[in-house]
Design a protein around this ligand. Structure first.
Ligand SMILES: [Zn+2]
Length: 329
């Protein structure tokens, strides 16, 4: 067997590459750098329904000391390095999905909103731009389903002009979320650091106005989309099962709300932003065990884009197994 060294590989490549160039006069003209990413959306079928995962972009911030409440920063950094990620950094992608059920066009969560697009100089708040790039008119959206009231999920209910981004859509929210975040008593009792989230919910739903429907988990929010109770990250957090025929996808939303590579592998780790951390761990295990047992694909709001993966048991934790990019639908 031939020993394939880096040197022989490079030499071989250079020799092969030189052949077609024989007789051609080289020029110094270089193609200009693009400096721009392609619009981010990815489509797949669930039975007869079509899902489009649309990126809202990504934020990178410093890793706080309490990013994982029950693990040391050293342990978190070791896990980041083991997962080929930079130390001391929290990288957070955001991926809402659109489901075309055949009869209805449904958006699940809305991203950080166009205001963030300006504030972040284009790195986050891209959802509405990418939605248009995917050929989806926000005026044609029939329903917007909200999983919970954190800003990365609700702020995109507001459009670039400051009005409702989906003026023709019914906005559906978990009843327990609405009750919790709109309660003045809860707001006044909340820690100062948590108060802005209450104020933000009031600001956003003040713009959306009266077209808000509250739902309880277990209900179908649209034909083929069933809400699943998954509390812990917030009190009324909901996930969804999108099902058609024998095809089923768990749209988990924030079952792992931090970097998925950390919390999927270490499901007992308590994410600093989970409101009820023990309950969030229980919910994570429950839903992942279900996905493993039933071989369901999992679509994660904070997974690496496009956010769709298989999940399997791996020791005491789990492992995400990416799908192949499918060039057809
Ligand atoms: Zn989130």
């Amino acid at each position: 067997m031939t020993e394939l060294t880096r040197r022989s590989l490079l030499a071989g490549t250079a020799a092969a590459a030189a052949l077609p160039l024989a007789g051609i006069v080289p020029t110094d003209a270089a193609a200009p750098l693009s400096g721009k990413q392609a619009p981010g959306f990815y489509r797949y079928k669930v039975g007869t329904m079509e899902v489009t995962a649309v990126t809202d972009g990504l934020t990178i911030g410093p890793l706080s000391d309490t990013y994982v409440a029950n693990a040391s920063k050293d342990a978190v950094n070791a896990a980041l390095e083991a997962g080929f990620m930079a130390r001391d950094r929290a990288t957070q992608p955001y991926t809402p999905v659109v489901v075309n059920t055949g009869g209805k066009l449904v958006v699940i969560d809305t991203g950080l909103g166009p205001a963030m697009l300006q504030q972040s100089k284009g790195t986050a708040g891209q959802f509405q731009t990418n939605l248009a790039a995917a050929g989806i008119d926000r005026m044609a959206v029939d329903a917007v389903v909200i999983s919970h009231f954190h800003g990365d999920h609700i702020n995109g209910l507001i459009g670039p002009d400051g009005g409702a981004a989906y003026p023709n859509a019914e906005v559906m929210v978990p009843a327990a979320e609405y009750k919790f975040w709109m309660d003045d008593g809860n707001m006044s009792r909340a820690a100062d650091a948590a108060k802005p989230a209450f104020q933000n919910a009031r600001r956003v739903f003040g713009v959306v106005g009266s077209k808000v429907t509250q739902y309880d988990p277990g209900k179908d929010v649209a034909p083929g989309i069933t809400s699943v109770s998954s509390p812990g990250h917030t009190v009324g957090h909901c996930s969804y099962i999108v099902a058609a025929g024998s095809d089923r996808v768990l749209v988990q939303v924030d079952i792992t709300a931090g970097m998925a590579q950390l919390f999927v592998r270490n499901p007992e780790w308590q994410f600093g932003f989970d409101m009820d951390k023990q309950l969030a761990v229980q919910t994570r295990r429950k839903l992942y065990d279900m996905a493993v047992a039933e071989k369901m694909l999992v679509q994660g709001f904070h997974f690496p884009f496009p956010g769709i993966a298989n999940i399997e048991k791996d020791g005491n934790g789990y492992r995400l197994v990416p799908i192949f990019w499918n060039p057809t639908i």
